[in-house]
Design a protein around this ligand. Structure first.
Ligand SMILES: [Zn+2]
Length: 265
């Protein structure tokens, strides 16, 4: 598997002409929409991390399944303390839930107008999940009124990482997906894909976010390590990142290839 994004550019509709896109649609391809965020990811990672990783996973899966890749949604729903450090960091730039929901609904409506019938939203930012779901729900309700059929899948790419891979990377305990913000998993994958964007000298000392069973508003940053990194990142490596990407993509290809096989064909 290439770690170079240019190897997957042939799937991207923003890099193709409308006539080429029209011709590709005739094969009823799965159309993938990566969704990320602009959110602090500690002092060592770029703020576009979630969008970069969602797009990288999407590119590899779309390539393997003969699909098309839409431009990434690079803004996401508001950062929460326990999963992204919260809204108190400079740079974190977030959408209201209704805005994200509307963007998803608008894009699905347009894809349906083009004749797209099978769509996958590949999410890379924990906080987006239910607003993507709401956008899908509103779009499908609208489309059903006009007699158009569309099948949509929403997925978080990290749910596909095989358990044995996670266990091999975390020799002791896996802190959980939420606390893995800017930590071992994301840092490793960024090292594999874009080492030039990772500042290892700025890597903070290992710390762990600590949160009660409730969320408080207005947000006050309680429990969030000062660096914004919610779990230890120091044992990240490009090798771990390549293993994560390859095993996760393989599982996504198998699952998403299946997801549409019994419907609409
Ligand atoms: Zn992230």
């Amino acid at each position: 598997m290439h770690m170079n994004e240019a190897a997957y550019a042939h799937c991207r509709i923003d890099l193709m002409s409308w006539t080429r896109y029209r011709d590709r649609l005739a094969d009823d391809p799965i159309i993938f929409v990566p969704v990320g965020a602009l959110e602090q990811h500690g002092p060592h990672l770029p703020m576009g991390c979630d969008a970069i990783l969602a797009a990288a996973m999407t590119a590899r899966v779309a390539d393997a399944l003969g699909g098309l890749q839409m431009p990434t949604l690079t803004y996401g729903y508001k950062s929460q303390a326990r999963s992204g450090g919260g809204q108190l960091f400079p740079g974190t730039t977030s959408l209201d839930g209704a805005t994200l929901t509307s963007m998803v609904q608008d894009i699905l409506r347009e894809l349906a107008r083009h004749g797209g019938r099978r769509v996958v939203l590949v999410n890379g930012h924990v906080e987006n999940q239910w607003f993507l779901t709401e956008g899908i729900d509103l779009a499908l309700r609208e489309l059903s009124l006009s007699g158009k059929a569309m099948q949509v899948v929403r997925c978080e790419y990290w749910n596909y990482t095989p358990q044995p891979v996670l266990e091999s990377l975390f020799e002791d305990t896996f802190p959980g997906v939420d606390l893995e913000h800017a930590a071992l998993l994301e840092t490793s994958m960024m090292l594999a894909l874009h080492p030039e964007l990772v500042d290892l000298e700025a890597m903070p000392e290992d710390a762990l976010g600590s949160f009660p069973g409730h969320d408080r508003y207005p947000q006050d940053g309680r429990g969030v390590p000062a660096s914004g990194v919610l779990a230890p990142a120091s044992r990240a490596s490009a090798e771990k990142g390549a293993l994560l990407i390859e095993s996760t993509v393989a599982a996504m290809v198998a699952a998403l290839g299946q997801a549409f096989s019994e419907t609409m064909r």
